[in-house]
Design a protein around this ligand. Structure first.
Ligand code: UDP
Length: 241
């Protein structure tokens, strides 16, 4: 049985069941308690596992999600069974729903200009009444993005500049972003929502092979793929919790 949280290679993972997690975060939003939701997946863990400072920053948060079957497997190897994998993009879309219903202001930062513009358009179509107060491409200067985020005072900020850039942006500017109630790095989500990239077909998702689909579709992600194997090696052979 899993406790409320477990660790994978030193990174805290929230093991709450999906709906419970969403309910808790919604409550925090209402009570004005801030959360940063990091995704714990093999690639992100490998980006940071040697960096104690960043690990500490991740571990200050309550709701880091087991995004990626690798995380679920790593826990399983240590005898911990968790309810399920939580895909960052699913949670992101549920937050958009909450934002539209409860009138939280949203900011989208990341991806190419045409991608984030189209993502905004699609989100506004799908989540009626949503208030997107700003967007910035992930190829603009970070200080410019930061200034605009602060100026527009969003309640929710989604950062999609890829890992490690997105997590470093959040951590380096934590003080300046502290009034934002919900911050989440969301990787390639704007590419998917804009329609520029397709998510793996449902059957691949069901078979828990979304990672394999991406690997085949984007072989240029070779470094990421190597990290995936390195992650499993560490988990299995180093018994490194
Ligand atoms: N990206 C960005 N700025 C950068 C590098 C990447 O905005 O300097 C965007 C990229 O356009 C894509 C997203 O980050 O929309 C995720 O990139 P990638 O697929 O490399 O990351 P992952 O999904 O593996 O986190």
């Amino acid at each position: 049985m899993a406790k409320k949280e477990e660790k994978v290679l030193g990174f805290k993972v929230c093991t709450l069941e999906y709906n419970k997690l969403l309910t808790n975060i919604k409550k925090d939003l209402t009570n004005n308690k801030s959360n940063i939701i990091y995704n714990i997946n093999p690639l992100i863990v490998m980006n940071f596992y040697k960096n104690e400072l960043i690990k500490e920053k991740f571990n200050e948060q309550k709701y880091n999600i087991p995004d990626g079957i690798g995380t679920v497997l790593a826990l399983k190897i240590h005898g911990i069974k968790i309810p399920s994998r939580i895909a960052g993009i699913d949670l992101f879309q549920d937050f958009l729903n909450v934002a539209a219903k409860d009138k939280y202001k949203v900011y989208l930062y990341g991806a190419k200009k045409e991608v984030v513009t189209k993502a905004k358009e699609n989100i506004e179509k799908q989540y009626k009444g949503i208030n997107i107060v700003g967007i910035t491409s992930g190829y603009e200067r970070e200080d410019k993005a930061l200034a605009n985020i602060i100026k527009t005072k969003p309640d929710m900020l989604f950062v999609a500049t890829g890992s490690p850039k997105q997590e470093e942006f959040i951590i380096n500017n934590e003080d300046k972003l502290k009034d934002i109630r919900l911050i989440m790095p969301v990787g390639g989500s704007f590419d998917v929502i804009s329609g520029y990239t397709k998510r793996a077909p449902k059957v691949w998702q069901k078979l828990k092979l979304e990672w394999l689909y991406r690997m085949i579709k984007e072989p240029k992600r070779i470094k990421n793929n190597l990290n995936l194997f390195k992650f499993m090696y560490l988990v299995v052979f180093k018994n490194n919790k």
